[in-house]
Write a protein that binds this ligand. Structure first.
Ligand SMILES: *[C@@H]1O[C@H](CO)[C@@H](O)[C@H](O)[C@H]1NC(C)=O
Ligand SMILES: *[C@@H]1O[C@H](CO)[C@@H](O)[C@H](O)[C@H]1NC(C)=O
Ligand SMILES: *[C@@H]1O[C@H](CO)[C@@H](O)[C@H](O)[C@H]1NC(C)=O
Ligand SMILES: *[C@@H]1O[C@H](CO)[C@@H](O)[C@H](O)[C@H]1NC(C)=O
Ligand SMILES: *[C@@H]1O[C@H](CO)[C@@H](O)[C@H](O)[C@H]1NC(C)=O
Length: 387
């Protein structure tokens, strides 16, 4: 297989040389590479055009580290790439890392890309908080007008798309962790901490994507300029900013035309209790459809909330005692339509706001139609519509 890769490389280099023969100047031949098995992938650095052709399996205890792609490289993935179950990888590992400037990471429309993370082999209901080690799925460290399009992930072990990028667009991604919903006999879910998009960076667009998971659909940490348009989020914890601690400044976020269904929250902004040295500002959530915001299991999770803004997070959970000096300002929520559902696992709030006195300001809410109305808003003045 290795020999085949070298042959493919040489023949394409030769072809490039031949085709430039008639020109008076020659530039370094850009090579196009086709990879059909795991061992071939390590020669990615010289390739400007790469076809990754499944099906094949990435062996246990192995990852694809393409964090240093050639500038402008176009990677097309065709068919299914399966990641064998590993016992030594942990949440600081990524099954596939993509990095570079002006990168395109695309799915072959005639044979769509599926990255199978083998999640069920890892799921123990503990996610990143314990149990067996679980690698994250896809690290995206791209810059300079990069485009990632059409990639489907099936069964991510834990967090799925870890975006630390600038000037990058993610279009038509799918994360299908629906198999992780199945209740275990003890009542906890199989998949846990299966965040879809964990986003930090500058000028990041995520659009036309579909997620079914068991944690945040979007979680923004340290970022400015995030657009999240026309995405569907099912089964998880909603479209979130935070949790925000020192240094996690977030500004200029626009969430538009999204549907959140069968999830614990719709829109959520959370800051850590007692924290300082960060600010959340310039946030717009617009045209949001909520379908059945509810608490799915008898877990330690807080009650379900259509709109949730709270400043009482600590060690990953809320304390009901807000504190700290992180400000949340200039927040627009407009045109929310839908339902929240109370059940035996807990009441569902249409809107819940819990601010530290003086830390929330300039909330502009309009056309909030989340039913049945059940709200509790603390330390925010004037009281927003929907409270
Ligand atoms: C919204 O995203 C879906 C994919 O989930 C796509 O089919 C649809 O065309 C998109 N709508 C617009 C207006 O782009
Ligand atoms: C949002 O939806 C409206 C109405 O369907 C559509 O006109 C607009 O183009 C959409 N915008 C985005 C950014 O998806
Ligand atoms: C983050 O926000 C804090 C509080 O407003 C501010 O003091 C700090 O300078 C900001 N940091 C950056 C990198 O913008
Ligand atoms: C409020 O946030 C919006 C969206 O980021 C921005 O366009 C607007 O300038 C901000 N307004 C103020 C007063 O900062
Ligand atoms: C509203 O929430 C605050 C803070 O958690 C709590 O102290 C208060 O009792 C709640 N009010 C109602 C009516 O539930």
């Amino acid at each position: 297989m290795k020999i085949l890769a070298v042959f493919t490389f040489l023949s394409s280099a030769l072809a490039a040389t031949t085709s430039t023969k008639t020109k008076t100047t020659t530039t370094a031949a850009a090579s196009s590479c086709t990879f059909t098995s795991y061992p071939q992938l390590s020669s990615y650095k010289s390739c400007s055009s790469i076809l990754v052709k499944g099906p094949f399996t990435v062996p246990a205890e192995s990852v694809i580290d393409w964090s240093n792609l050639r500038a402008g490289a176009v990677v097309t993935v065709s068919g299914t790439i399966t990641f064998a179950h590993s016992t030594s990888l942990t949440k600081s590992d990524y099954l596939w890392s993509i990095g570079g400037a002006g990168i395109q990471f695309l799915s072959d429309p005639t044979n769509p890309a599926i990255l199978d993370g083998n999640g069920a082999a890892y799921w123990d209901g503990l996610g990143g908080n314990g149990g067996v080690g679980k690698p994250k799925m896809l690290s995206i460290k791209t810059t300079s007008n990069s485009l990632l399009k059409g990639i489907k992930v099936l069964n991510s072990p834990v967090h799925c798309f870890i975006v630390k990028a600038s000037d990058t667009t993610i279009d038509s991604f799918i994360m299908d962790n629906s198999a992780g919903d199945k209740p275990m006999s003890s009542g906890i879910t199989y998949g846990h901490n299966t965040d879809a998009f964990d986003v930090s960076g500058t000028n990041i667009n995520i659009k036309n994507s579909w997620v079914h998971n068991q944690d945040d659909c979007l979680a923004i940490k340290t970022a400015t300029g995030v657009n999240f348009f026309n995405n569907t989020c099912i089964g998880g914890h909603g479209i979130s900013i935070g949790s925000i601690g020192s240094g996690d400044n977030v500004s200029n976020v626009h969430v538009k035309n999204c549907t959140v269904q069968d999830s614990l929250n719709g829109m959520r902004i959370k800051t850590d209790a007692g924290s300082s040295g960060a600010a959340v500002s310039g946030i717009i959530y617009e045209n949001i459809i909520l379908k059945n915001i509810y608490k799915a299991t008898n877990s330690d999770d807080p009650p379900a909330m259509g709109i949730c803004i709270r400043q009482d997070y600590k060690n990953g959970g809320p304390t009901n005692v807000p504190s700290g000096t992180i400000t949340i300002s200039n927040v627009t929520a407009t045109n929310f339509q839908g339902t929240v559902t109370s059940n035996s696992f807990g009441n569902a709030y249409s809107t819940f706001i819990l601010c530290t006195p003086g830390m929330c300001s300039d909330f502009q809410f309009s056309n909030i139609n989340i039913t049945p109305k059940f709200s509790n808003c603390t330390n925010i003045s004037p009281t927003p519509i929907g409270c």
